[in-house]
Design a protein. Structure first.
Ligand code: DC
Length: 229
């Protein structure tokens, strides 16, 4: 097996358990966890802070040419990755539902996708990566060894997101959050460029009523059994 293909991809809609699972799978395998959503969120914040007109693609493209984005290791087994943009620690600022919506909007801009896909592929070049997002199995790492696509009922995903945000100290309205999640997933699925979709060769796991530890066990079992690809 070539080093380059020692990549696990975990895609799916929001609140499906991707982050927790990716972190745990990465820790168990000794791989690096790559949170591609954090990168879209960081770019959304960067463009917002600079007040860039998102309809002006050339401006977006030229602004991104000076993007200085760094990812730091996750904070503990269940912590988020650290994100630093232009020397500013934005790890917490990007984790709001509003920044998720803005990230979804900027993720449909070709210049943004080109830039971040290139960065993600550079990070994955050495292999031993667990990448999570929307297009990691379809576009970013189409030749990844192990691909997973997670699904769960929207109500359950909304409930998990509320729990996650409250645990991080954010007060949220559950109904409003569910409406945002449903809109964001629809937009992510319907966009032309790299939409959220299952890779043909991905294993689909419905996490609605399975305990996260059980899903993690299933993923690791699959990875360890399918030794070559
Ligand atoms: O995974 P997340 O909630 O942090 O992602 C935020 C948004 O970023 C998501 O709604 C769409 C976009 N995104 C994307 O287009 N492609 C990815 N690989 C990851 C995220």
């Amino acid at each position: 097996m070539s080093e380059q293909r020692e990549i696990v991809t975990i895609d799916g809609p929001s609140g499906v358990g991707k982050s927790t699972l990716s972190r745990r799978v990465a820790a168990a395998l000794g791989y690096t966890y790559l949170d591609t959503g954090a990168m879209y969120r960081a770019v959304a914040l960067y463009l917002q802070q600079l007040q860039i007109d998102l309809d002006d693609e050339e401006k977006v493209r030229s602004t991104l040419s000076s993007l200085d984005l760094q990812l730091l290791p996750a904070d503990g087994e269940d912590g988020d990755v650290g994100v630093v943009v232009g020397g500013q620690d934005v790890s917490r600022t990007i984790r709001t539902p509003e920044m998720g919506m803005l990230a979804s909007r900027v993720s449909a801009i070709p210049a943004v996708r080109e830039k971040l896909t290139e960065m993600q592929q550079a990070i994955g070049r050495a292999g031993k990566i667990v990448a999570e997002g929307r297009d990691t199995g379809t576009v970013v790492f189409p030749d990844a060894c192990w691909k997973f696509y997670l699904e769960a009922d929207p109500e359950e995903r909304g409930r998990r997101r509320v729990e996650q945000l409250r645990a991080s100290g954010q007060e949220v309205d559950a109904r409003e959050l569910l409406a945002m999640i449903v809109k964001r997933d629809r937009d992510d699925q319907e966009r032309t460029l790299s939409p959220l979709q299952k890779a043909e060769d991905a294993l689909v796991i419905d996490t609605t009523s399975i305990d996260i530890q059980e899903v993690c066990r299933k993923i690791l079992e699959f990875v360890r059994e399918k030794k070559s690809c």
